[in-house]
Structures are given as C-alpha cells and as structure tokens.
Write a protein that binds this ligand. Structure first.
Ligand SMILES: [Zn+2]
Length: 281
C-alpha cells in the first residue's frame, strides 16, 4: 500500500478495492480507533496515558520534535527503533478486517484513527476513508522541504548503513510523517474528523481511552449530534456516561461481533441503526 499515499483523496477508487459503492440509505458509521485495536497485531500502546513513551522519558524524547531535530543521537536512536520495532512488520488483525467487512456490506464507513501504523489501510480500507489524526509511520517526511516517501525506502538506507539518512532533495532532516509531541495536529484532518463525527449515525470508539483530545471531543460531538455512541475499551472512559453501549470484552472478539450486527440489514430490508441498546457492558 505504500504507493497509495500520494494518490488523490477524491475521485475514483485509487486502490481498486472492487467494493460496490456504499448504500446511501444505510446510516453512516464513524469508527474512532486507538492503540487498543492494534495490540493484537503486536504493537504496544506507545502514546496513551500509560503508554511506553509516557512511562519512559528517554523513549519519549525519540518522538518529541524539539529533541529530534536538535539532537543527532536522538535521531540515530529513533531510526534504529523504526528499523527493529514491532510496527515495521505488523499485520492487520480481526478487528481491522471487521471494519473492512462492514464497508464491504455496503455501510458507509469512515475511520478516524489515533494510530500511525496504517493497519486499517493494510486490511483494505482505502486511504481516503481513513483520517489519521497523528499522521502515518508508513511515510517519511523532510522537516525542511516537506518531501515525503515510503518509510520502507528510508529504512532501506538505514539498513545499508546510513544512521541518520538525510533528505535526498535538500539534505534536510527526515522523520516519520507522524505528529510528534510538540507538533500541532493537521488542521485539515482535524476538520474532516469533526465533520465525520457530526454526520455519523453510529459512532464506535474502539481501543481508545478517550482521555486525550481530540478523541474525547469527537465522541462528544457525535453524541450531541444524535449519533448512537458505542464504546469498546478495556478500561472505563470519561465518555462512558454518554454512551448508548459500553463493551469491555477483548477487541479482537467484540468488534467483529458488533460490526457484524451493524452490517446486518434491518428487518425492513433497508437500513440498520445498529442493535438495540443492551446491558452487555
Ligand atoms: Zn528536504
């Protein structure tokens, strides 16, 4: 999928998924995913309140913009982590695949993710249907000229011996195309996420603590706009009181079951707003 990032975000399907167009009579589903959806793929929670970076100030420096651009040793360490870390060869799991299956069933689905691992797209979601709030680790970018390219290309240079590969266009500093600590979120991505949340009929928050912004706001925006809010997370979240349903079962089992219910046509054969409220939380 690494060649798709520069594809236009509108127009014909750039990845040729072959999926029939979604049925506009089906209520749109927005799915907000956090680190918890990717732990079954072997990627630990780095960024969360109890994540690797917050518990290890040394590791947090690797993803803090100020330290990264000012300290060559930090960059060399960061490249080694990118080369050897679990994210490089991670594969989508049953939860990622279930989101694609919901879309394949004709339900309009948009994904908003706090993750940078690209696993929603690796499972088959087109890039244009995934809003990456924290950017993507599938690409590198130059902090000076903004050039971007496949992360695999940069990692090949590191493997070949360049400890801190510079931009081939301007010799500037390269980093992953993620939003590091100290960097602002992309305003356009954020604006689109707010619009998606506000337009959703069902908003599923999965594997996110909803303790950081903008995740918490997006769930509230959806709920206040009348969406059915479903939270799938191991721990309680500050938005649980707003939710129509809270599910604490393991994501790899709970999300496929939930999304299969949402995919099922309603008894009248037209649309499904999802299962009736239950007390399964
Ligand atoms: Zn450059």
């Amino acid at each position: 999928m690494s060649g798709d990032e520069t594809a236009p975000r509108s127009g014909s399907d750039p990845v040729g998924s072959g999926r029939p167009a979604s049925n506009p009579s089906r209520p749109p589903v927005a799915l907000l995913s956090g680190a918890g959806i990717s732990t079954d793929s072997g990627i630990p929670d780095y960024r969360g309140p109890n994540g690797v970076w917050r518990r290890d100030p040394g590791a947090e420096k690797l993803v803090t913009y100020h330290h990264y651009v000012n300290d060559p040793e930090i960059r060399r360490r960061a490249w080694r982590v990118r080369l050897t870390g679990p994210a490089r060869h991670a594969r989508p799991n049953a939860a990622h695949r279930a989101v694609v299956e919901l879309a394949d069933a004709g339900v309009p689905v948009r994904v908003i993710t706090q993750n940078v691992d690209g696993l929603h797209q690796a499972a088959g979601m087109p890039d244009r249907e995934v809003l990456e709030l924290h950017g993507t680790a599938r690409l590198f970018e130059c902090v000076d000229c903004g050039a971007r390219g496949p992360m695999a290309d940069a990692l090949a240079r590191v493997e070949a011996g360049e400890e801190d590969p510079p931009c081939t266009l301007c010799a500037g500093i390269l980093k992953s195309a993620t939003v590091m600590f100290g960097q602002a979120l992309d305003r356009e991505v954020l604006g689109r996420a707010v619009a998606v949340a506000g337009a959703s009929a069902v908003f599923v928050a999965v594997g996110t603590s909803l303790r950081v912004q903008p995740a918490a706001s997006l769930a509230r925006i959806a709920a206040e706009a009348g969406a059915r809010l479903i939270i799938v997370n191991a721990e309680p979240t500050p938005c649980d009181a707003l939710a129509d349903e809270v599910i604490r079962e393991p994501i790899g089992r709970a999300l496929p079951a939930l999304l299969a219910e949402l995919a099922a046509p309603a008894p009248d054969g037209t649309a499904s707003g999802g299962p009736a409220p239950t007390d399964r939380g």
